[in-house]
Design a protein around this ligand. Structure first.
Ligand SMILES: Nc1nc2c(ncn2[C@@H]2O[C@H](COP(=O)(O)OP(=O)(O)OP(=O)(O)O)[C@@H](O)[C@H]2O)c(=O)[nH]1
Length: 546
């Protein structure tokens, strides 16, 4: 509430004299009003002085607090009226206060302020140049905002970490590289948020090492950019689908990598400037790339766009703020991290969706390999495999097994007279009529051009001969009609029952020989293999059931 209508004025002194001189009033005339009413933005690399003057009285009731939001690395020393020593505040290190969430620097004003009274702030922004909102709020309000802040940050950081762990799991599980890039991006984002937001101070040792060095946050930001680029490139298959866009992203990654190198050498201000421009280029490029991918019919790009748009908007708002264009509303402090978590979540869902598609494709491919597309019967390798299994079971369980092998008579002539298309339909109808006369556990496969094999488990030769006769009459008793063409067709059939010690190949060979016997005897007939010695006998029905 205090941020809406500040009861104070801010002014800045572009110098850093010794405190006693400032407090003595020597520089009062040289303080200039700040660019914005309730915002401190310290651009200088050296500490500068800011004066906060109450325009109306701030009552001591409710324990008023001076609140400076999103300070990042800034260290502020505050001289309260009448005090010779300052109160030092920083998110990390000396001046850290254990009472408040790291969303703001908080200085108690136990006596309130009279109208016209001033606070003097020595602001050391360490060249970070982030805009900080200033407010005077009662203690209770500060605590409420702290609680909200902690809840948000915990939710976002935990989400990002959980998604990173999930990505790690997927990466290890299926060796899909996109997940490694996603994991790296998410972890870099966590690093960025924790160093930028001050959560790092939970671990004092880490806070001392990383927390007060402006290069750490740049390091994480640049790593997030590079990993994110790799992720997007691999997710959208840009290298093959949109090579030019991929080159732009590669250029951005290269720029980020160069910045990464010089940030250690220099720590210069323009590292952030160039880095932020690179971020804007990426934000725009990725929007274009996803829209194009969607146009190309790449359906999972929709999810990427959904995940990217809020992030791109938030990042643009934030970069605009850092580049000095404007000051974002306070909720932006949560919106950017939330957009990161949302984006990570949606992208993980997108990857899972891609994974499912991959599995569907694989299932489809294996179905295609085991079925003959024209007749719907098993393919040759599949029926050979099924026959082998059936033969092994028959030997092991001492059960009978028969095969029926047939060939359409003068099929070449059907093709020649009516065309290949009618020939195809003829094959399909015969396969359908065959299938309709089999038991569910009988198996049918297409062995060659117009040759089909039927495997009949638990069937002795005499029963198989009956089945074969049935199949033969199913074709020759009723002419085949298709597309206005009606034609007569017939089958030549060979039948053989498995003998003891016989292999699947030997069994098929005998059935094939019987088939040729049928052809030789004038076609349209059934022949059984004559050599029958030592077959497996069918058991009485009761025992079959058990
Ligand atoms: N329409 C169609 N024809 C096929 C297909 N596969 C093989 N054929 C043809 O089927 C014919 C098979 O001929 P054969 O089995 O050698 O001889 P046939 O004409 O059936 O004569 P017999 O078997 O001696 O009665 C060949 O002309 C092949 O081109 C197919 O998928 N579709």
């Amino acid at each position: 509430a205090g941020a809406d209508a500040p009861a104070f004025q801010l002014a800045r002194l572009d110098a850093d004299p010794v405190p006693a001189r400032v407090l003595s009033g020597e520089f009062e005339d040289r303080f200039k009003p700040g660019a914005r009413k309730a915002v401190i933005r310290e651009e200088a690399d050296q500490p500068r002085w800011w004066r906060l003057t109450a325009t109306s009285a701030v009552s001591r009731a409710g324990q008023p607090q001076l609140v400076v939001s999103s300070p990042y690395l800034t260290v502020i020393e505050t001289w309260r009226p009448g005090e010779a020593l300052p109160v030092r505040r920083a998110l990390i290190g000396q001046g850290m206060d254990g009472l408040h969430a790291p969303r703001a620097l908080v200085v108690p004003l136990p006596d309130g302020l009279r109208a016209g009274q001033s606070l003097y702030l020595r602001v050391d922004g360490r060249g970070a140049s982030v805009p900080m909102r200033v407010a005077i709020q009662p203690e209770a309000e500060v605590h409420r905002a702290d609680l909200v802040h902690v809840a948000w940050r915990s939710a976002v950081l935990v989400s990002l970490l959980v998604l990173a762990v999930l990505s790690l799991g997927f990466w290890i599980g299926i060796r899909e590289r996109s997940y490694a890039y996603l994991m790296a991006t998410l972890l870099a984002q966590v690093g960025y948020l924790a160093t930028m937001g001050g959560e790092l101070r939970v671990w004092p040792a880490a806070a001392e090492v990383f927390g007060t060095d402006p290069r750490t946050v740049r390091l994480f930001a640049l790593l997030a950019i590079i990993a994110g680029n790799f992720f997007i490139g691999s997710y959208l298959e840009l290298r093959t689908r949109q090579p030019r866009v991929q080159r732009i992203l590669d250029g951005c990654s290269l720029a980020a990598a160069v910045l990464l190198a010089v940030t250690f050498a220099l720590g210069a201000r323009w590292v952030s400037l160039v880095g932020n421009v690179v971020v804007l280029v990426i934000a725009g490029t990725v929007v274009v790339a996803t829209v194009r991918a969607i146009r190309q019919g790449f359906s999972t790009a929709r999810l990427l766009l959904l995940s990217w748009l809020p992030l791109a908007v938030m990042v643009t708002l934030r970069v605009g703020e850092l580049l000095g264009g404007w000051v974002n509303p306070p909720w932006m402090a949560h919106a950017l991290p939330a957009a990161m978590a949302f984006s990570g979540l949606v992208v993980t869902i997108g990857l899972a969706e891609q994974l499912q598609q991959l599995r569907r494709d694989r299932d489809h491919a294996s179905r295609m390999a085991s079925y003959d597309a024209l007749t719907g019967a098993s393919s040759r390798p599949a029926i050979e495999e099924q026959l082998k299994t059936a033969v092994r079971d028959a030997h092991r369980l001492d059960r009978p097994l028969s095969v029926v092998f047939f060939d359409i008579d003068r099929f070449k002539q059907i093709n020649d007279v009516h065309g290949h298309r009618i020939g195809d339909q003829c094959l399909r109808i015969i396969a359908l009529r065959t299938r309709n006369r089999l038991r569910t556990y009988d198996q049918m496969g297409r062995y060659g051009g117009d040759e089909l094999v039927v495997v009949l488990p638990d069937t002795e030769q005499h029963e198989a001969l009956g089945v074969a006769e049935n199949l033969r009459s199913a074709v020759n008793c009723r002419p085949l009609s298709m597309d206005g063409v009606v034609l007569e067709a017939s089958l030549s059939i060979g039948v053989a029952q498995l003998q003891q010690g016989e292999t699947a190949e030997q069994l098929l060979e005998r059935a094939d020989a019987a088939l040729y016997a049928s052809k030789a005897a004038g076609r349209d007939r059934v022949s059984g293999s004559t050599r029958i010695t030592g077959t497996h006998k069918a058991l009485p029905t009761k025992e079959v059931v058990s």
